[in-house]
Design a protein around this ligand. Sequence first.
Ligand code: GDP
Ligand code: MG
Length: 596
Amino acid sequence: MTANIRNFCIIAHIDHGKSTLADRLLEHTGTVMNRDKKEQMLDDLELEQQRGITIKARAVRMRYKQDGQEYELNLIDTPGHVDFQYEVSRSLACCEGALLLVDAFQGVEAQTVANAFAAMEHELHIVPVINKIDLSMARPEEVAEEMMNALGTDPDDCVRVSAKTGIGVDELLKTIVAKIPAPSGDPDATLQAMVFDSNYDDYRGAITYVRVMQGTVRKGQKIQFIRTGSQHEVVELGQFVPQREPCDTLSAGQVGYLICNIKSLGDVHIGDTVSITGDKHAPALPGYSRPKRMVYCGLFPSDGQDFSELRDALERLAVNDPSFEFEPETSDALGFGFRCGFLGLLHMEIIQQRLENESNIDLVQTAPNVTYEVVNKRGETVTIHKPQDVPDPGDIEEFRQPIVRCNVIVPGDYIGAVMKLCQERRGIQKNQEYLGANRAMLTYDIPLAEVVYDLHDKIKSCTRGYGTLDYEMVGYEPADLCRMDIMVNGNRVDALSIVCNRADADRRGRAVAKKLKAEIERHMFEVAVQAAIGSRVIARETVPAMRKNVTAKCYGGDITRKRKLLQKQKEGKKRMKAIGNVEISQKAFMAVLSDG
Ligand code: GDP
Ligand code: MG
């Protein structure tokens, strides 16, 4: 049974043709008919197409006939961004092989290397594939050699294809069958399946993606998730072809989905193990870890009425993406909202965009921050998820921030630029090593706050996209940090507090004060906008008092016009928040928060 199954993924640097190749494979195996094929079948989330990256892992089953035998090919799609490393590793753990796809013109790039190493760590069989051989500028010989130098693949093993025209795709399918090992596993053993993804369907609840390692799961069976201990009945199971196709059983080696009427977001954890209920269940599969939220921000509806709608939307997202978490938060400035935890910056942007696309709530987002630790004067260590919780300077014994170890893989020409950037971001160099003739790996310890701020984007731009960044948590270290507050007529605006290095406080304080001043409308009195550390003011801007009465220009004659104007003012007020006696529009907060 398992002898005819092949489970594999495609790993590639962005734009090397992963999605296009997936489409061609679906087409050549007849999984998708030409007439109803849609460009980039696998990236069906609109957002993914917008960003051109694959955010969530997916799986598609193809049937492929060769020499009178029918094979089941499962293509598992993996996310490609550092924020989702954990999900990548869970997807790789479901495969026996990987197609390592490299653009015949661009050659080996940093993400190729990072992903190839991850696949090798999982002991996957690597099929080297050179794509875009239809391009007149293609240089497949050289690229095959680069692949050999960087990754140790044999140039003779490289399959040359054009995902665009379809050249070489048949040969690639033959190679997949011939070279990628069939899964091992006993369909009669105790059920043991790995959860490698999940998403949420409004009608069916959580859809759990699994790879069965041992045993068989059947429709109607009672199962349990080993890590959480929760138990459920399997009401439907099947495979993606690419739409859902129900079946009666999934056995060792197969990849598919389970539907168990799971409405609770906490029940499906990526990396968890599915087994039978009772004491005789299979052991949990290794490699499970709880997602680490590295970045936090506050999300508030601009209209307070939308609070429960926002909560529902966040709950839906959390089912779809268990690595995202949220809890209610109250802000003087922004009202009722949620403090949300993310894996990283990109993850945060994605959640925000999904919220906007999938619900109609207007959102205000506070500047992102990392988690800090403060040791207070009583010697207690306090963990801090939001800047306004940082105690006053007099009560701080030690202020600690998370440090991450960053590996940056870059072509030789860009080493200098990356080193300069990492130093500017308070990085401490730990290592430098050549991976190939023209490819180096730089290792730095850098404060996570600096990485979160924009390091990834900056590395991309200073290496023309060739540099990749990977990081892991090292721990918390003391630093000269402070909480900077923004005061409006002497009242602190909680949503605008930030944690920053003391050396940067003056510059950042001036920038925020200036920006906020420009956004505050004139009042009958003067409004002072200040930036302060504790009681020490470091920047001040003043909004002058207003003189004219708004209704004065109505000349008293046109009463309906006057009423309309007053009505309009009243509506405008709904979107205003009072800070002391000063009214600040939602728009002003947004303008200030939008660039940290
Ligand atoms: P992904 O980011 O790896 O998923 O890459 P895509 O599949 O989105 O492809 C990136 C770009 O390369 C698209 O514009 C594709 O049309 C193009 N492309 C993909 N494969 C080929 C190919 O074999 N030949 C040519 N000429 N273009 C290709
Ligand atoms: Mg793609």
